[in-house]
Design a protein around this ligand. Structure first.
Ligand code: ZN
Ligand code: FE
Length: 262
């Protein structure tokens, strides 16, 4: 478990399943304790016991089982409330507080903003508290989520919403996919110095069995191919393959398809 101090709350990061991260958000000025995407209940229970915390809320980014499987047992144990997109009311287990895709609410001293992030699934949302972003399977270290339900255009718009957040925003995504993502990034963007440095650093981090997450919006904008489709290397490659006019969405779509078959 790793802990990060923010203004008046802490984020505890717990690895789960093969490569998932579950986050515990602890409001230091109230009893509010939010669990983001509990893949496994017993892992959350163990961590909360160690920390002396009682979960009060679950925040689900989307309905996939590796983000919601712990809901039922945590509700039973702690009687916590489950917050998620009202559009996925039938797909998120034990959802007790359906919310709209965009908006905000306050729990204790936590001011929680939520944003519509269609792409990976249609009902996917992200949560943001100050400079901490919980974006589930939308933006990953060096990559982005697969398009299971949404269109490339929806995902591109979602990613642009995130890219417009401040560079210092900390990205608490739901999977440790960074190294495989960066290998793809290097293949399509071989001359990117910031990317090379990141690969060296993140490789060392993983050798030490540390997380490469949280990342930041600033770092992703420099190194993540899915946030920079208009960089000269892609445009050149895309031009050679497709002798037509193009825009950022077309190049993004092309990159996303290429990664699927990589
Ligand atoms: Zn997912
Ligand atoms: Fe997932």
């Amino acid at each position: 478990m790793w802990t990060y101090q923010h203004t008046h709350f802490k984020v505890h990061q717990i690895p789960a399943l093969n490569d998932n991260y579950i986050y515990i958000i602890e409001d230091c000025q109230s009893d509010i304790v939010c669990i983001v995407d509990p893949a496994q209940a017993h892992i959350v229970q163990q961590a909360c016991q160690t920390l002396g915390l009682t979960p009060t809320h679950i925040l689900n980014t989307h309905h996939h089982w590796d983000h919601t499987d712990g809901n039922a047992e945590l509700v039973q144990t702690y009687h916590c409330q489950v917050i998620g997109n009202q559009e996925d009311a039938k797909r998120i287990p034990c959802l007790s507080h359906p919310i709209s895709a965009n908006g905000s609410f306050t729990l204790g001293r936590l001011h929680i903003q939520h944003m519509d992030m269609p792409g990976h699934t249609l009902g996917h949302i992200a949560y943001k508290i100050d400079d901490a972003l919980f974006c589930g399977d939308t933006l990953f270290g060096g990559g982005c989520g697969r398009l299971f339900e949404g269109t490339p255009q929806q995902m591109w718009q979602s990613l642009q919403t995130l890219a417009n957040l401040s560079d210092t925003t900390q990205i608490y995504c739901a999977h440790e996919y960074t190294l495989p993502n960066l290998r793809f990034a290097r293949a399509v963007d071989p001359h990117n110095k910031a990317l090379k440095q990141r690969i060296t650093r993140d490789t060392q981090t993983r050798i030490k069995k540390q997380p490469t997450i949280p990342s930041s919006i600033g770092l992703e904008k420099q190194t993540n191919p899915f946030l920079r489709p208009l960089n000269p290397a892609f445009i050149q490659a895309y031009n050679q393959e497709n002798n037509t006019c193009f825009d950022a969405l077309q190049v993004f779509t092309h990159l996303r398809e290429r990664k699927n078959n990589w």
